[in-house]
Design a protein around this ligand. Structure first.
Ligand SMILES: NC(=O)CC[C@H](N)C(=O)O
Length: 483
């Protein structure tokens, strides 16, 4: 039994376990072997956005007569066409392989879901998994293609609504696709599939053995190691310390995702990235680069958005063997503070040191610095350990240097990250993202910040946050000085 997993530019072959079924890596070099497989799994990623499939690979997949299982991006490329024109006034269609009579349109969903599996070679029943996509409006356009999965979702396009059922998967003949990550990790799904393939107990063990070996190989091929070959040898634990930070911004669109990715690219050690709130799409580039799995611990709840609460998160990272924990905030640090739904409140509960990220493209470098200093001071007042400021999208280093000297005089650590020369569509997370290009750009960033040791004691200080009072006393102090 040989089950292939596609490992090409833009794919996420370790984003989930795929039931531990893959036994063979199929890449840009050995794609001719697809025809010898019993089944091919096409993982998620940015296969459409990265234009990952060349004509030769396309041909092999189209002519393959075994089972094809596409997950998320892997499902999208099996379709007729995908409109990736999110935030565009006209659709931007990309052609799929036309193996399923399905069309895709923009619909953001990042929920953990329960899905109903319709009768198929995977059996039928209720399973669990998660959604993490931008183009998730699945429209079946021909009767020959049937519904495979229906997911229960609560949040679509960022809006929390009531619970709703949406079509999340389709199949026709031996071609299957679903938007549900962890689909094959549902034991009944995997067992039914193996039974259908006629796999007996011994052979199943063999599959799992081979799977362990190829997973190690896939990890070695992570973009992080391809970019930093020296880390392949050195990446051993130096000490038992855990280091970590939270990136809090002065606004949304500050480039936190880019910085999280940039940090993940160069750190020498095991890196765990997490997102405050539900938008796990933001940490996928880092997971792409590191070739780490998406788990429920990668998203910290804020109100009803997100996957695990702070205490569950802290327990998990405390008992993990990660060396670095990088947490990305959502929106600005104080957005929704009066509803007790802001990133700074989560950062405070975590107790990790914070960097203030301030983008220079709206109020200029000077304005960005002023805003960042205000945030810095208020966060400190609130009792958060602020480690420094990162000005992002710096366009003039002379101006930056002047501010840096000033910051130094006041003992504030100030870092700058230059503007990315050409921010094409594929480099804007909210619009369209090509993981390979985004991560390569992030790797080129020169950002050498201190990541302090953290103490995780999980005695969460559940004080009743009264933001207005905090703000009041902070303003009073400023006004006093001005008198
Ligand atoms: N997780 C994924 O595979 C994402 C698929 C695709 N890039 C989307 O955003 O819709």
């Amino acid at each position: 039994m040989e089950i292939g997993i596609l490992d090409i530019i833009g794919s996420l072959p370790l984003f989930e376990d795929f039931g531990n079924l893959p036994t063979k890596i199929i890449d840009e070099k050995n794609y001719k072997e697809i025809k010898n497989l019993d089944a091919l799994i096409i993982p998620g990623g940015s296969l459409v956005e990265s234009k990952s499939l060349n004509d030769d690979i396309k041909k092999e997949i189209i002519n393959f007569d075994g089972y094809i299982i596409g997950i998320c991006s892997g499902f999208q490329i099996l379709s007729k066409k995908i409109d990736i024109g999110r935030k565009s006034s006209v659709p931007i269609f990309r052609e799929g392989l036309n193996l399923l009579d399905v069309e895709f349109y923009p619909l953001v969903c990042t929920d953990r879901v329960e899905f109903k599996l319709k009768k198929s070679i995977f059996g039928e029943g209720i399973g669990r998994g998660f959604h993490c996509h931008t183009y998730g409006d699945v429209r079946i356009v021909d009767k020959e293609t049937k519904i495979l999965t229906v997911s229960k979702v609560k949040k679509l396009n960022y809006k929390l609504g009531g619970e709703k059922e949406i079509i999340s998967g389709a199949f026709k003949g031996k071609v299957f696709g679903t938007m549900v990550h962890n689909f094959l990790d549902n034991e009944f799904v995997r067992e039914n599939f193996l039974n259908h393939l006629g796999v007996k107990k011994d052979e199943k063990e063999e599959i799992f053995e081979k799977n362990k070996i190829i997973k190690e190989e896939l990890k070695r091929r992570a973009l992080k190691y391809r970019l930093n070959p020296e880390l392949t040898k050195n990446e051993i634990k130096k000490d038992n310390k855990k280091r970590g930070i939270v990136l809090l911004a002065t606004s949304s669109n500050s480039g936190k995702t880019f910085l999280t990715t940039a940090l993940s690219a160069k750190l020498n050690g095991r890196v765990f990235v997490a997102k405050i709130g539900g938008d796990v799409r933001d940490i996928v580039p880092a997971l792409y680069l590191l070739r780490e799995k998406m788990t429920k611990y990668n998203s910290i709840k804020i109100g009803e958005r997100g996957w695990v609460d702070v205490s569950e998160f802290l327990d998990y990272v405390k008992n993990s063997n990660y060396d670095y924990i990088i947490v990305e905030g959502v929106m600005g640090a104080f957005t929704a503070a009066l509803k007790n739904l802001s990133s700074y409140q989560i950062a405070k509960k975590l107790g990790f040191p914070v960097y203030v990220v301030s983008p220079c493209n709206i109020s200029g470098i000077e304005g960005a610095f002023v805003e960042a200093v205000a945030y810095y001071s208020l966060l400190k007042d609130i009792g958060i350990k602020v480690e420094g400021i990162i000005l992002n999208k710096v366009y003039d280093w002379k101006i930056f240097d002047k501010l840096k000297s000033l910051a130094k005089k006041h003992n504030i650590k100030l870092y700058g990250v230059g503007k990315v020369a050409d921010e094409g569509r594929g480099l804007i997370p909210e619009v369209e993202i090509d993981y390979e290009s985004f991560c390569r750009n992030a790797f080129n960033v020169d950002l050498n910040i201190d990541i302090p040791e953290i103490e995780i004691n999980n005695n969460i200080n559940d004080e009743d946050y009264n933001f207005i009072e905090r703000l009041d006393s902070w303003i009073r102090n400023i006004m006093l000085k001005n008198k």
